[in-house]
Design a protein around this ligand. Structure first.
Ligand code: 4AD
Ligand code: MG
Length: 433
């Protein structure tokens, strides 16, 4: 076989050619006295291959040895076949076996736990392959969105001596003779970055020692954040809406095939690209919950998942909720001038039960108030002195938000559990493989 002329399966399905050389893994195999059928996969797609005993007795003998996940190089003639899974079949004229795989530990029906234990192998499944391709598009879309809109990529440290989202979810790390924490957010460092670059963004690993075992929480996840000097709440909520519409539009452009494999409702996604997303206040959200859904949520309580789900169900499109109670918000979220009980912050809630996908706010400029809030949380404001410097040298209103990449992947793919939105999930109960 000539090394130079290999096509990926996707290329083979697209080009107008009859003779192909392919390489990949046996995804499925079926043997009879006269034929061996294999479905070959190579990351790009799958294709059915058939080896006929009468036409090619020697190759048939080789093919009979193939097991699931064996690695092979195949040459053959490509022809249209409507019965084949991707519409074409290769009539094999030559096979080179690279390795005969041992019996594969994953068969058709498996418990979720076994699949997670074998995540390193399960990544090869069509389902995971499709999710990973959509994740790839989403990550690419986020970079594209911010870069085309004039944001600079800016990196923050992962080892941080401070917290931003509350001490209870910090991961402590021994740092030479000291203790530091793994990043809970890029934000506080970004607030320094904007005074140099104006509008910035980042996508990076984020860590939360979440003690919740829900289908929406990871302890290591990727957050895509933006921060911009001079912008205020009403501007960043519009940026967030545009970002989400752009991401979905890119997935629809590049991943129709994968969405079909995942049996995602494509019409719904198309509607999310066209739709206007409403912005309501927390107080209005309570009104809907209490009047329409009879829920009795008192002012001042954070919205739980079930309440977020109802709000999103009411609107059926992504929805922005602003002005949550100041008291239950992070120290950096400022009270509004009109009513200090309400903070200048927002969450974006996704429909179909996916709930919070984005959280953001204006940033407080009230140093004294922030120091009090920190002290109340048991923090020493001294450790944050560099952060307060930012309020001393040309302080300006500024705002930003963070988007949970796996939350968005879960929603767009229609997943039951956020663990499938990342190659190797980390949760309270899972840290391997
Ligand atoms: O709402 P959060 O906690 O906001 C922040 O961290 C801000 N500092 C961001 C900013 O303003 N720059 O987190 C932002 C988003 C959430 O809306 C959610 O989508 C996701 O990050 N997220 C998680 N995703 C998976 N697992 C977890 N444990 C998550 N915690 C937050
Ligand atoms: Mg939040």
């Amino acid at each position: 076989m000539k090394e130079s002329k290999y096509l990926t399966i996707k290329e083979a399905l697209e080009v107008d050619t009859t003779q192909v050389n392919l390489r990949g893994w046996v995804y499925r195999e079926r043997k009879s006295n006269k034929f061996v059928f294999i479905v070959l996969r190579d990351g790009s797609d799958i294709i059915q291959c058939v080896i006929s005993k009468s036409k090619n007795p020697e190759i048939f003998e080789k093919a009979e040895k193939l097991t699931i996940e064996s690695s092979v190089k195949i040459s053959g003639d490509l022809k249209k076949d409507d019965r084949a899974p991707t519409g074409y079949e290769v009539s094999v004229t030559d096979i080179e076996i690279i390795q005969i795989a041992e019996p594969f530990p994953i068969t058709e029906y498996q418990s979720p736990e076994l699949l997670y234990d074998n995540r390193h192998l399960w990544l090869r499944s069509r389902r995971l392959n499709s999710i990973l391709k959509i994740r790839h598009t989403i990550v690419g879309a986020i970079h594209k969105f911010f870069r085309k809109n004039g944001y600079y990529e800016f990196d923050a440290p992962i080892f941080q001596p401070i917290m931003s989202e509350g001490g209870s979810t910090l991961f402590e790390v021994k740092y030479f003779k000291d203790t530091v924490y793994l990043s809970q957010s890029w934000q506080l460092y970004a607030e320094a970055g904007i005074f140099s670059l104006g509008k910035i963004y980042n996508m990076g690993p984020t860590f939360r020692a979440e003690k919740s075992k829900t289908s929406r929480h990871l302890s290591e996840f990727w957050m895509a954040e933006m921060e911009a000097a001079f912008m205020q709440l009403d501007e960043i909520t519009e940026v967030a809406k545009d970002e989400i519409r752009f991401i979905i539009q890119q997935v629809l452009k590049h991943n129709r095939n994968e969405l079909k494999i995942l049996e995602r409702d494509i019409d719904l996604l198309e509607n999310y690209v066209k739709a206007e997303y409403p912005t309501i206040k927390y107080a209005e959200a309570l009104d809907i919950l209490n009047k329409k859904y009879d829920m009795n949520v008192p002012w001042g309580k954070d919205l739980r998942t079930i309440e977020e789900a109802k709000i999103a169900e009411h609107f059926k499109v992504p929805i922005v909720v602003t002005h949550y109670p100041t008291e239950i918000m992070g120290f950096y979220k400022p009270p509004s001038d009109e009513d200090p009980k309400e903070a200048l912050c927002f969450d974006m809630l996704a429909p179909e039960g996916y709930c919070e996908i984005i959280g953001g706010s204006e940033r407080s400029l009230l140093v004294k108030n922030m120091k009090e809030r920190l002290r109340a949380e048991g923090e020493d404001p001294e450790t944050y002195s560099w952060y307060f410097d930012l309020r001393r040298y040309g302080s300006v209103p500024h705002s930003g938000y963070g988007l949970g990449v796996e939350r968005v992947v879960s929603w767009i793919c229609g997943l039951d559990n956020i663990k499938d939105a990342i190659p190797f999930p980390r949760t309270m109960l899972r840290k391997s493989p």
